[in-house]
Write a protein that binds this ligand. Structure first.
Ligand code: ADP
Ligand code: ADP
Ligand code: ZN
Length: 215
């Protein structure tokens, strides 16, 4: 099964994708994670995207489609979860074409709906484990022991440079302008499932499971 988690920054896409990986053996493809990896590797492409990401703008379609195509070529027996991709209509068309070339299809698009006020709190309290990628929040999902990752025991906990209110405003603008048209695009294709992203993490997981069982 191949699915997209669609929603604004902070909606909980990464959190839910990790659960699906654990429970269903799917492969998570997060273009945000791939781009952060590229920038920390210091390649020329990495340096170019770093500035764009820090401004809260979208990286070019060409770059992210290239990253996704590379990962798709590696295959996934449990299917792919697209997290933070596609973000433009051009990316959505490219994904459809890449899957068709592989003889595969998209099984469901889960729109995670969260209002803007909640997103500010989500983004400004977010931190992640630099070693295993686990996602935490100061208030809603703190580590059991302060400064130590619950899943891997690492103390390499990090905050993203772009997780501040000013960058979030820009990212939200990009979301409404360029990404939200995908809701209509996938609705028209009959793939869209809407989930309330405001509930607690296990409740949202339950709603996603129900949507996938119906897909
Ligand atoms: P969030 O989890 O807050 O939604 P991401 O980690 O998905 O953020 O993305 C961080 C940044 O990486 C974005 O603000 C954007 O600059 C860039 N980015 C990630 N995915 C894409 C994409 N599919 N297309 C263009 N830019 C992207
Ligand atoms: P996205 O990948 O969509 O940007 P994340 O999964 O990184 O979102 O979640 C953003 C922040 O909100 C993280 O700090 C995460 O721990 C927290 N979070 C995720 N889902 C929920 C939820 N249902 N309720 C409260 N906090 C949540
Ligand atoms: Zn960890």
């Amino acid at each position: 099964m191949n699915i997209i988690l669609l929603g604004p920054p902070g909606a909980g896409k990464g959190t839910q994708a990790r659960k699906l990986v654990e429970e269903r053996g799917m492969v998570q493809l997060s273009t945000g994670d791939m781009l952060r990896e590229a920038r920390s590797s210091g390649t020329e492409m990495g340096q170019r995207v770093a500035q764009v990401m820090d401004r809260g703008e979208l990286v070019t379609d060409e770059i992210v489609i290239g990253l996704i195509a590379e990962k798709l070529a590696q295959g996934a027996t449990g299917g792919f979860i697209f997290d933070g991709f596609p973000r433009t209509l051009a990316q959505a068309d490219a994904l459809g074409a890449l899957l068709a070339e592989m003889g595969q299809k998209l099984d469901a698009v889960i729109e995670m709906r969260v209002d803007d006020a909640a997103l500010v709190a989500r983004i400004t309290g977010r931190f992640t484990c630099g070693d295993c990628g686990e996602v935490y929040h100061d208030q809603t999902r703190p580590t059991k022991v302060e400064g130590v990752c619950d899943s891997c025991g690492s103390s390499n906990l990090k905050r993203r440079a772009d997780d501040n209110e000013e960058s979030l405003r820009q990212r939200l603008m990009e979301y409404y302008k360029k990404t939200s048209p995908l809701i209509g695009y996938y609705y028209a294709k009959g793939n869209l499932h809407v989930v309330d992203g405001l509930g607690e993490i296990p409740a949202v997981s339950g709603d996603i499971k129900a949507a996938l069982d119906n897909a």
